[in-house]
Design a protein around this ligand. Structure first.
Ligand code: AKG
Length: 209
């Protein structure tokens, strides 16, 4: 059945409630993954602390420190590989990407973001991947957030969209490099995540291992 969607760009969509049926399993799986590779606050090259807590699963994990942003095959905290990308993450991402017109999406990296009240994410582009022909698939879990979706420049006009538990956003093609971010989370409560929000951002890096 086709779910309700909001078009946010020529090749960008928010599929409302797309992951609702498996949302509880996704949250449980995140808890298992974060027990293996804990959430942590990273720093930027300039020494600023990234406000959202992050970790990864999949072959590649996105990291940031004084050397800058990049993908790594080992979790810098443990020097062990990141936990495997769970099949359920892969299948929901492939299915949402397919719905958006991007067939055969096979992510090799999943960034897990965790936001507490007052925490957001500044406008940025996802451009650390080598192959930009694959879309970004972004799954929201827990308390709602406001997604900022802009243009190709930081100061381009931008729009705001509500992302709720179970919503899946997909953008690629012409929209792949659009600036985006999250407004600081408002105080709210969700039975599965308490005051917080998780986001899974699935990407295909294009790196060959
Ligand atoms: O939390 C979100 O919905 C967006 C996350 C994001 O933009 C990112 O990880 O690059």
């Amino acid at each position: 059945m086709k779910k309700q969607h909001i078009q946010i760009g020529d090749e960008g969509f928010i599929f409302k409630g797309f992951a609702n049926d498996i949302a509880e399993t996704l949250v449980d799986t995140i808890k298992e993954l974060t027990a293996m590779s804990p959430l942590r606050q990273m720093t930027t090259k300039r020494g600023y602390q990234v406000k959202a807590e992050m970790t990864s699963c999949g072959h590649y994990g996105w990291v940031s420190d004084k050397q800058g942003y990049r993908y790594e095959v080992l979790d810098p905290l443990s020097q062990q590989p990141w936990p495997d990308l769970p099949e359920i993450f892969q299948s929901i991402a492939a299915s949402a990407a397919g719905q958006a017109g991007f067939d055969h999406f096979k992510p090799d990296a999943c960034l897990i973001n965790h936001y507490q009240p007052g925490v957001g994410m500044g406008l940025h582009q996802d451009k650390d991947e080598l192959d930009l022909s694959h879309p970004i698939v972004s799954i929201s879990l827990g308390v709602p957030a406001i997604f900022i979706f802009g243009g190709m420049h930081r100061n381009s006009e931008h729009n705001f969209y509500l992302l709720e538990h179970g919503d899946v956003a997909v953008w690629g093609g012409k929209d792949r490099l659009r600036y985006h971010g999250i407004k600081p989370l408002k105080l709210s409560h969700h039975p599965l995540t308490k005051q917080s929000r998780y986001n899974l951002t699935l990407r295909k890096t294009g790196y060959i291992s």
